[in-house]
Design a protein around this ligand. Structure first.
Ligand code: PMT
Length: 395
């Protein structure tokens, strides 16, 4: 499986460095070409001689050796995968903050290939909010962060933070190379679920969206190597690990979250059911039941899809949904044009099994120059792959 694959195994200062020796053997036995980068701290745990003997390659530790400069940029380009195992708490923090104070960091910052890391540290360090923030940042940056294991730690304490076993890291590497890679290196923004617009501290305006459609799309992208940010309203759907999840409440919050880094995304799919109107004023106290009729003024919310359409960059693919109850095709085509989308996916509440809350949906996709593709009723998960197929064929 790993024949002709080039892996740069980076070893950092952790007692788990000994596991990297066996990991190297596993990768080599499966046919991978492996080169090793170590931090100075890692050499306190395992000698570089062990790695150079087994890899039959010079181990790289410093920026210079015998007056020769190590070309970190080329190392990152040589590799099909950079695998940092074990990744110490310090290395994770440096990566998250883009600090370049050793060769490994320079390789990481100049790498053009995917990066995977297997953290290793004490439980308290692992659970510390600073570490968890750093991990979230790395996931956001598109790094595949592997789990940690529970058990005896170097401190003598028991808990979470051990590096997973070399066999498990190896399995992840195999999985990484065996999956379809259509969206590797692509940054994708997906919206999902409803928004809730507060009337007072007790009541709100919302809709029946469960988030299933958007989550199925986000999961499919991540399974195919994409770096996915999912901005969603309140929902109970579970989200695949590795997705950068941003949870919001209101349409205004969803708008702000989506627009923050909008220009950095290659693909944008807006499956959220965003409220079109929100109470013009939110009462700070619960509104009392004193009148027979209560009038609440609503104001238009910002249209996220339309704004994304206005700001659309040349190579960005923008996809919106249209949820209709009447004149579906006509309304979908209007949205395609008005919102400057590449595709609009129409689903209608008139179709049995389609729309909110269900595991199935029935969609038609409309695109430029009269493009139209109809799909039969299918699971939202299957449809997500139909949508990905369409995007991957988009010029
Ligand atoms: O979440 P589920 O239960 O699985 O249900 C899936 C779904 C029915 C919610 C989904 O398939 C769907 O149709 N989502 C879009 C719902 C919707 O709000 O449609 P719309 O026709 O009102 O909006 C058109 C497009 O503009 C949508 O892409 C919407 O995300 C976007 N929009 C709308 C209003 C707004 N203020 N900002 C927006 O970006």
């Amino acid at each position: 499986m790993l024949k002709a694959k080039k892996i740069l195994l980076c070893v950092t200062g952790s007692i788990a460095a000994y596991k990297a020796v066996y990991l190297l053997r596993l990768l080599q036995r499966d046919g991978a070409s492996v080169r090793i980068v170590m931090t100075k701290e890692a050499t306190n745990f395992v000698s570089s001689l062990t790695f150079s003997t087994l890899s039959k390659e010079r181990v790289l530790i410093d920026f210079t050796e015998n007056d020769n400069w190590e070309n970190h940029a080329l190392l990152g380009r040589w590799a099909d995968l950079i695998l940092i195992a074990p990744a110490s708490c310090n290395t994770i923090a440096l990566m998250a903050h883009g600090i370049c104070n050793n060769l490994l960091q320079a390789v990481y910052l100049s790498a053009t290939c995917p990066v995977m890391l297997a953290p290793a540290m004490d439980e308290d360090m692992w659970k510390h909010p600073a570490t968890q923030r750093n991990i979230q940042q790395l996931i956001h940056d598109g790094i595949k962060v592997l789990d940690v294991a529970e058990g005896e730690l170097a401190s003598g304490l028991f808990g979470k933070g051990r590096m997973i076993e070399p066999e498990e890291v190896f399995k992840e590497v195999i999985h990484f190379f065996s999956k379809k890679e259509r969206f590797v290196g692509k940054k994708i923004l997906v919206t999902a679920g409803p928004t809730v617009e507060p009337i007072d501290p007790v009541r709100f305006i919302s809709n029946h969206s469960s988030g299933k459609m958007g989550v199925a799309i986000a999961d499919a992208f991540v399974a195919e190597g994409g770096v996915v940010t999912l901005v969603h309203g309140p929902m109970t759907e579970k989200v695949e690990k590795g997705i950068n999840e941003v949870s919001v409440q209101t349409a205004q919050e969803m708008y702000s979250s989506c627009l923050k880094e909008l220009s950095t995304f290659d693909i944008i799919v807006m499956a959220a059911a965003v409220a079109d109107y929100s109470p013009a004023e939110k009462s700070n106290e619960k509104i009392k039941k004193t009148q027979d009729f209560l009038r609440i003024d609503l104001k238009k919310t910002p249209d996220i899809l339309a704004e994304a359409g206005k700001r659309k960059k040349e190579n960005q693919i923008l996809i919106g949904f249209a949820l209709e109850t009447e004149n579906g095709v006509e309304n979908a085509l209007k949205k395609l044009d008005k919102k400057n989308a590449d595709f609009i996916i129409l689903n209608s509440l008139r179709d049995q099994g389609a729309g909110f809350g269900k595991d199935t949906n029935k969609i038609s996709i409309f695109g430029k120059k009269g493009f139209r593709k109809d799909f039969p009723l299918k699971s939202k998960r299957e449809l997500a792959y139909d949508i990905l197929n369409l995007i991957s064929q988009h010029p």
